[in-house]
Design a protein around this ligand. Structure first.
Ligand SMILES: Cc1ncc(C[n+]2csc(CCOP(=O)(O)OP(=O)(O)O)c2C)c(N)n1
Ligand SMILES: [Mg+2]
Length: 359
């Protein structure tokens, strides 16, 4: 025995799952999940998110939408997170959380406007205090610290909920945010939507760590992993983290482990860097099918329910797409009008030029 050393700290990272991929119950369900009506609501939201996704891709492929990031296979993260939140919490999404935005009241048409390059989509029907989609990887983590600090200073029982990808965990500002949120014990929940890829970079090339959840350890905050294809597990973990935040117990890092079943965006062709067979194998963990299997076993979901839901969401999505396509484009000068009170000279010149040429 070496008397010169002793253990001064040790850590474990837990992983939670309630439903297996086959839709079997793996652990005692949290209270909300014992109510089939609540689960059906989560299920329907995931199905709507998926239908929206397919439509958005089709619109992009036919030249009617800009570059679009699919959330195929990751619906349980978005819906699990959003369904755990209160409306007066602040959602700070990255670009793959369409389902969370929808849950919080953003309309399908508004999402299409945004991804169609029209910023009016960010002035949405969701809570005005939610942040717009964050495209720069991980740069909203410090913003979450600021939001959470404001809640703490004001003594409000609210939380900042910041979602980013596995790739973002290699960014300095994400590490810095976790660190200072820990020091200041802020009401923030950081969620890593780990879809195993950052464009063509697999997680194994992103970090040598066994999990991303353990990035919490150095910050001195709780970190855990959940099965990100189990909407019950995601929601349960976020609910617990939010309860800690409201009670002044500080931030939490949750790694939701899922898989990106589609391309990174419509500008990507993932078959160039990953095997189709790997992707096919991952379909066995599909979060939508998983909850459907469970509801079916419960006797709460039949073929007719499925058919009916698919027809309903398709109609919702089609109507939104029509409304989006009929929305008149903004005047060309609008792209210059909202950033500066007084336009810098170069932009003023560009604005004049754009008006001269009619855009
Ligand atoms: C600061 C910054 N650098 C680079 C990019 C280009 N980029 C867009 S998405 C992406 C990968 C992000 O991976 P991850 O964080 O895992 O999120 P995912 O796309 O998988 O949801 C990169 C590098 C960017 N948007 N912002
Ligand atoms: Mg990723």
């Amino acid at each position: 025995m070496d008397g010169s050393k002793s253990t001064i700290a040790s850590f474990i990272i837990e992983r939670r799952r309630f439903l297996t991929p086959e839709g079997e119950v793996a652990a005692d369900l949290p209270a909300f999940a014992t109510d089939p009506a609540q689960l059906i609501r989560l299920y329907r939201a995931m199905v709507l998110t998926r239908a929206f996704d397919a439509k958005a891709i089709a619109l992009q492929r036919t030249g009617r939408l800009g570059t679009y990031p699919s959330s195929l296979g990751q619906e349980a993260v978005a819906i699990g997170v959003a369904s755990a939140m209160r409306l007066d919490d602040v959602l700070m999404p990255s670009f793959r959380e369409h389902g969370a935005q929808l849950w919080r009241g953003v309309m399908l048409r508004e999402l299409l406007l945004y991804w169609g390059g029209d910023e009016r989509g960010s002035d949405s029907s969701g809570p005005k205090h939610d942040f717009p989609v964050n495209v720069p990887v991980g740069s909203h983590a410090p913003h979450a610290v600021g939001v959470a600090l404001a809640f703490k200073l004001r003594g409000e029982a609210r939380a900042a909920v910041c979602v980013f990808g596995d790739g973002a965990t290699s960014k300095g500002e994400v590490a810095e945010s976790l660190n200072i949120a820990g020091v200041w014990q802020l009401p923030a929940v950081f969620i890593i939507n780990n879809n195993c890829w950052a464009i063509s970079v697999p997680v194994s090339r992103q970090t040598a760590a066994a999990t991303l959840a353990q990035k919490a350890i150095a910050a001195g905050i709780p970190g855990e992993q959940v099965d990100g294809n189990d909407v019950i597990a995601v929601r349960e973990a976020v609910e617990r983290a939010l309860a800690r935040a409201y009670a002044g117990q500080g931030p939490t890092l949750i790694e939701a482990l899922t898989y990106r079943l589609g391309d990174h965006t419509t500008a990507d062709d993932a078959s160039r860097y990953r095997d189709d067979s790997d992707v096919s194998a991952r379909w066995s963990e599909d979060p939508v099918a998983r909850l459907r299997r469970y509801l079916t076993k419960l006797g709460r979901w039949a073929k007719e329910d499925e058919e009916c839901t698919l027809v309903e969401v398709a109609a919702e999505v089609e109507a939104a797409a029509e409304a989006f396509l009929c929305t008149p484009a903004q005047a060309v000068e609008s792209m210059f009008n909202y950033t500066y009170a007084t336009l810098p000279r170069d932009l003023a010149e560009q604005r004049a030029e754009a008006l001269d040429t009619g855009g």
